[in-house]
Design a protein around this ligand. Structure first.
Ligand code: SF4
Ligand code: SF4
Length: 301
């Protein structure tokens, strides 16, 4: 991060480092917690030579509406500090993801650059249901949900579908596996994710560069409060001005470096990790075709 900041300053830019708040409970839910989390993980002005700004404001609702032309999504809400920037470098740690199979540049655009309302539009296809054959009314899920979607009345726990955002962070908390996601929600979510990625690209007029950091490739995304052994050998650092091409290349590189005993990204989460890339491609922001130039060094750019 420091290297990128210093290079931008050398070119006369005034960089800041940014991220948005999240939909689930934890230490990134509002701007204050996210600032503490960024600092605790070393993302501070002292280390990066640039300030860290929460792009979607104190409560995650500070955004700009951007019209897009997806099959499903016709608009999205881009976090205002991103929408109002002159240009952007998207730096992504690449890894597996339970919903999209893979998290890289497109996911950072179609999720990471949006405010809470924009994230909800992508996730709302995931609203789960309770399997009452398994539910013991223990109430653990009530504490897990940041939105208060679960309530307990007369010793029965219910889920308010009008309150739920569908981000599915509650699934893992249930000791009886009674919280069930809808069928094909991964595929539906990936369509919206790919389409929403067009929002930040459009509002910034395409003035975006992408760096994919394919190191420490964990099966779960970085939203988790734990880490797991890497499923693949480190695949390197990629750079491009095409978010779809860089992710397409990164997925292929990772699949070629899967460690013995692990499976491909697609088999890992039973969803095609390129599905959201195909839908991003459909919006016109990039191409899943790519040409790798492994001899290019930073100095050639
Ligand atoms: S955590 Fe699971 S078992 Fe407990 S109340 Fe919620 S759905 Fe039911
Ligand atoms: S009930 Fe809905 S909003 Fe609450 S944690 Fe589960 S999926 Fe998220």
């Amino acid at each position: 991060m420091r290297t990128v900041v210093d290079l931008i300053k050398e070119q006369g830019g005034v960089p800041f480092v940014t991220d948005t708040t999240v939909l689930y409970k934890g230490k990134r839910f509002n701007a204050v917690d996210l600032l503490y989390t960024a600092s605790a993980n070393g993302f501070s002005e002292a280390s990066m030579n640039a300030p860290f700004i929460v792009a979607d404001g104190l409560t995650g609702n500070d955004s700009v509406v951007v019209e897009i032309d997806g099959d499903i999504l016709k608009s999205t809400t881009v976090a205002s500090a991103i929408a109002n920037a002159d240009s952007m470098v998207v730096i992504s740690h690449c890894k597996g993801h339970p919903g999209s199979g893979f998290g890289g540049a497109v996911k950072n655009l179609g999720m990471g650059c949006l405010d809470k309302a924009g994230k909800t539009k992508v996730h709302e296809v995931g609203i789960p249901f309770i399997d009452y054959n398994k539910c013991s009314s223990c109430g653990i899920c009530i504490d897990e949900c940041a939105w208060g979607a679960f309530t307990k009345v007369d010793n029965m726990v219910t889920l308010d579908r009008n309150v739920c955002k569908g981000e599915l962070s509650c699934i893992g908390c249930c000791p009886n596996k009674a919280i069930i996601p809808p069928a094909d929600c991964s595929e539906k979510m990936q369509i919206r994710l790919g389409e929403a990625a067009a929002g930040p690209v459009k509002v910034l007029g395409g003035r975006i560069g992408y760096i994919n950091w394919a190191y420490d490739i964990t099966p779960f995304c970085d939203c988790c409060n734990f880490s797991s052994p890497a499923i693949a050998e480190n695949a390197g650092i990629l750079a491009s001005n095409d978010p779809v091409a860089i992710d397409s290349a990164t997925v292929d590189l990772i699949n070629n470096k899967i460690r013995v005993g692990n499976t491909s990204l697609a088999d890992l989460w039973s969803t095609d990790p390129k599905l959201h890339l195909f839908h991003a491609e459909k919006t016109g922001i990039g191409s899943t075709d790519y040409l790798l130039d492994e001899n290019l060094s930073c100095k050639d750019q």
